[in-house]
Design a protein around this ligand. Structure first.
Ligand SMILES: NC(=O)C1=CN([C@@H]2O[C@H](COP(=O)(O)OP(=O)(O)OC[C@H]3O[C@@H](n4cnc5c(N)ncnc54)[C@H](OP(=O)(O)O)[C@@H]3O)[C@@H](O)[C@H]2O)C=CC1
Ligand SMILES: O=C(O)CCC(=O)C(=O)O
Ligand SMILES: [Mg+2]
Length: 740
């Protein structure tokens, strides 16, 4: 049987707030798109969906699901790809286990997560779960480099309606602390593979007695790939963390640690576990063996630890020792002080790209256990990128907060294609089992990298392909040409990896005759220059690697626009397709909590609106469908209408919420289509829709508001009940009738 045709646009099914918002928005999109003959399909890349797809054996036929992520991973390598990608959960172990338990409670016969796999069968199950863990979706789909910026309408709106910014005081004690040695930055080595070195590679551990263990075989790198290797010394990390816990107490500031335990799914949970152990050192010194025997894994956080302790026979005594140890430590930066959730409870609750910008927006304040804002020591163990936040904090302390009503903008061109750099490194990251050396050996016998390591160190290799680098430089050249503004490569010539990239960048810029249009600066200097530039109301393009792409596309939008939800995020796929990410933020777990408690969804779909407009215009070009362009242009008018008329969601129950904003989006979209003169058919089709929506505005808003203030039942958290979610998100019969 022939494969069914690929829908014109694929809209992803995800998790948490964006997925709940889709229950309201997607029917609107489908209704409008169908008038232009545009089909919109979905692919399920949610955490629950991925778990179901990975364990079909004992499921009923009705429960089984195909592996949509794998299909989508193939599609993005083809020119027909046109994907609207919403943010999905990159699961930490506690999230993965919670999603699994929910599925089991719904009657899905899926095995438990083996925390400490022993038998071959358990190891095989664990391997399947490990593939679902962490950032398992984005690296698969991102077959192109990243262009993230604020649309002009969005930036102008933010200037006219500046969000509130916390005040900075010159004597703020808030600071960034990072390791001076022994970290990934300090130990990095990097090389670009010659033709003779291309091909297979393997990573080996050589123990002190000469025993060789292959850590990873069958790697394969084409010529021109930049391959890095480095390690984090466990001893240096422990010493550093112990010092910072003491220093925070001495300085009278909150202790906080900022990692990316989701995307750096092998290294960062281990670093997080070290922080848990150091913070509770007296407890681990006294009860370490008992805790280990009870299956406590500090990498899963204090929350999971406390749950285990509660089940232990001497749990009460250990819990008291934990409370005593905490009382003797500096106060901790809290995720939720009302619920007693600390920075160390769950590894995925504090994610550096979102956490530090929010703290900077607040004038350098975090929330302490007493629920009060306080100065904070922001501990970022690896020093590769800590200088960006350190410089930003120093700059704001000296000069005061940024004024969003006059600030310019920093756009980003990010190198991320083909699992570029650290964010593609999890299959080649290892917790070192014993003292010795780790080496990367190439097919021609060359030892490309070699490090002397100790048991407990975290060793990793990352690679960046020539085709991805060249595509990124070309994207930077075309974006600079389009904007005509300052453009800075955030590369540090003294860092091993960056030096290899600079060797690509400089000749390409020279060959294109545009070397004078670009500056190359190390992250600290680039941060300072970019902040000074936007303070003057001017613009800059940050051309960065993958990690800084992630960090900067939250940092600058959060300062300039108040949120990264409103970003335009385009991934021009290297084989000709398009992927349009919705905003630069995540899935906002606390928004779901609020919806469940009081039926108010504060999720802002502006990122979805922006992505939809781009996707339709891309479709018009790719498939020669002029109606899709009319639809896409009208999306831009509608998005502007939602902004200009202040119909974006607000935080409190009773205020405008996500559903209301979708109504106005549909209203303005229909009006723009009815008013345009390019396509008479579409104008004729949407004139009655616009009229009906206009006439029924008051009725629809009343129907949307009817259930607010009361709890909402979604039938699950990770695996919700579609009918229940639809009932919550589409409560207006009048609206539903008009848009079909
Ligand atoms: N592209 C992707 O797939 C991404 C996925 N993630 C995943 O998202 C989850 C949460 O990550 P986290 O680091 O907490 O970051 P989030 O961006 O989800 O949340 C941080 C805060 O940003 C604000 N926010 C983000 N998006 C929106 C939006 N559309 N509308 C309104 N407010 C928004 C909310 O703040 P407030 O309401 O207080 O203003 C929210 O509490 C994790 O599972 C992570 O793995 C994270 C980043 C990207
Ligand atoms: O894939 C992830 O875990 C998060 C991605 C992210 O934060 C980003 O791309 O901005
Ligand atoms: Mg991010």
């Amino acid at each position: 049987m022939a494969n069914p045709p690929v829908p014109d646009i694929i809209y992803t099914k995800v998790d948490e707030a964006p997925q709940i918002a889709s229950a309201s928005l997607l029917p609107i999109i489908r209704h409008f798109a169908s008038a232009a003959g545009v089909s919109v399909g979905t692919k399920d890349i949610s955490l629950a969906g991925r778990i179901i797809a990975a364990f079909p054996e004992k499921l009923t036929a009705a429960q089984r699901q195909p592996d949509d992520l794998a299909e989508l991973g193939e599609l993005v390598k083809t020119p027909v790809a046109n994907v609207i990608k919403l943010p999905n959960i990159s699961a930490s172990v506690p999230q993965l286990v919670a999603a699994l338990k929910e599925l089991q409670s719904q009657g899905y016969d899926i095995p438990d997560y083996p925390e400490d796999p022993q038998s071959d069968e358990e190891k095989a199950i664990r391997a399947r779960f490990d593939a679902i863990k962490g950032s398992a979706v984005n690296p698969v789909l991102r077959e192109g480099n990243s262009d993230r910026r604020a649309a002009i309408a969005v930036k102008n709106y933010a200037k006219a309606n500046p969000h509130s910014m916390g005040k900075w005081s010159p004597d703020s004690k808030t600071c960034v602390t990072t390791m001076a040695s022994g970290d990934f930055r300090s130990n990095e080595t990097s090389a670009t593979l010659t033709a003779a070195q291309a091909g297979a590679a393997r990573i080996e551990h050589v123990a002190k007695d000469g025993t060789v263990t292959v850590l990873k075989d069958k790697l394969s790198y084409p010529a021109g790939t930049v391959v890095d290797a480095t390690f984090m010394s466990a001893t240096a990390l422990e010493t550093f963390l112990a010092e910072q816990i003491e220093a925070s107490k001495r300085m009278g500031v909150l202790f906080s640690i900022h990692l990316k335990a989701t995307m750096m799914k092998v290294s960062d949970p281990i670093i997080f576990g070290h922080a848990v152990r150091q913070f509770l050192k007296p407890v681990f010194d006294k009860h370490g063996a008992a805790l280990a025997a009870a299956g406590v894994d500090p990498n899963s956080g204090l929350g999971a630890l406390m749950d285990r302790v509660a089940e232990m026979p001497n749990g009460a005594a250990i819990a008291k020792d934990i409370a005593d140890a905490m009382a003797d430590r500096p106060p901790m930066y809290m995720v939720n002080s009302d619920r007693g959730l600390t920075n160390l409870h769950v590894p995925s609750d504090v994610i550096i790209d979102a956490s530090i910008p929010a703290l900077i927006r607040a004038g350098g304040k975090g929330y302490g256990p007493d629920g009060k804002a306080a100065d904070t020591n922001c501990v970022i163990p690896d020093s590769s990128y800590a200088s960006v936040y350190d410089e930003a904090i120093r700059y704001f302390k000296a000069t005061g907060a940024l004024d969003p009503s006059t600030a310019g903008t920093v756009q980003n061109v990010g190198l991320m294609a083909q699992k570029a750099e650290e964010y593609g490194s999890h299959p080649t990251t290892f917790l070192i089992p014993a003292d010795g050396t780790v080496r990367m050996v190439l097919a021609n016998g060359d030892v490309l990298h070699r490090h002397t390591v100790q048991a407990g160190d975290i060793w990793r290799a990352a690679s960046t392909r020539q085709a991805a680098i060249e595509d990124w430089v070309k994207l930077a050249i075309s974006r600079q040409k389009a904007e005509g503004c300052q453009a800075v490569f955030w590369l540090d010539e003294t860092r091993a990896h960056d030096a290899q990239l600079i060797a690509y960048v400089k000749p390409m810029l020279a060959a294109a005759g545009v070397a004078d249009k670009f500056i190359i600066l190390a992250p600290r200097e680039a941060t300072r220059l970019s902040l000074e530039t936007i303070r003057r109301g001017e613009n800059s393009i940050a051309i960065s690697g993958n990690v800084l792409r992630d960090y900067l596309t939250d940092l600058f939008p959060i300062l300039e626009l108040g949120t990264s939800a409103k970003m335009l995020s385009i991934v021009k796929l290297m084989n000709g397709g398009g992927m349009f990410e919705t905003g630069a933020g995540g899935s906002a777990p606390k928004h779901v909590q609020q919806l469940v408690e009081e039926n108010h969804l504060r999720w802002d779909s502006l990122g979805e609106f922006c992505a939809l407009g781009e996707s339709l215009k891309f479709l018009a070009e790719a498939k020669g469908n002029p109606k899709a362009r009319v639809l896409g242009d009208a999306v831009d008018v509608a998005t502007q209408g939602v902004l200009d008329n202040n119909h974006s969601p607000l935080p409190k129950v009773g205020q405008t919420d996500n559903r209301d904003s979708h109504f106005y989006f549909a209203l303005y979209w229909a009006r723009a289509l009815a008013a345009q003169t390019v396509d008479a058919d579409l104008a004729g089709h949407f004139a009655p829709v616009a009229k009906a929506l206009t006439e029924n505005e008051a009725t629809i808003l009343a129907e949307l508001a009817a259930g607010q203030g009361k709890p909402a039942d979604l039938g699950g958290y990770y695996h919700t009940d579609d009918a229940k979610v639809a009932a919550v998100m589409r409560p207006s019969a009048t609206f539903a009738k008009i848009i079909g």
